[in-house]
Design a protein around this ligand. Sequence first.
Ligand SMILES: [Zn+2]
Length: 140
Amino acid sequence: MIKYNLKCNNGHEFESWFLDSKEFDKLNKRQLLECIYCSSSKVKKSIMSPMVSVIRKEKNRKISFDKNLLMEKKKLIQLREHVEKNFTYVGDKFSKKIREIYYDKKTKKGIYGTTTPEERNELSEEGIELLSIPWVSKDN
Ligand SMILES: [Zn+2]
């Protein structure tokens, strides 16, 4: 099973599970995929982009980020490996965990995971800055 972030032509984002990438392509070709919000069948895969915690006050948790990095897949893979090595994956509990770090300051280790656009807005209103990074697959 593989989870994709999907986006419809009206800009709605949602997640869906597929057997594999071929199943996604097949269903999408036949326009059998629908947006869960507006039922549009013009749905495309959006890049998996986990959120990375970047808290301004604490330098050691920051990833230095060069725009040229976005251009080269090889470097993106290195970035991914850097994140996987130095950050703890928390999946969709990201917004809960980031608050624990932000308010309690119990752990120094950075985290990464996924948020919904709503959670992201809430966090940003609380002053928690997030960095979204392109997540490339290592396999192809
Ligand atoms: Zn939609």
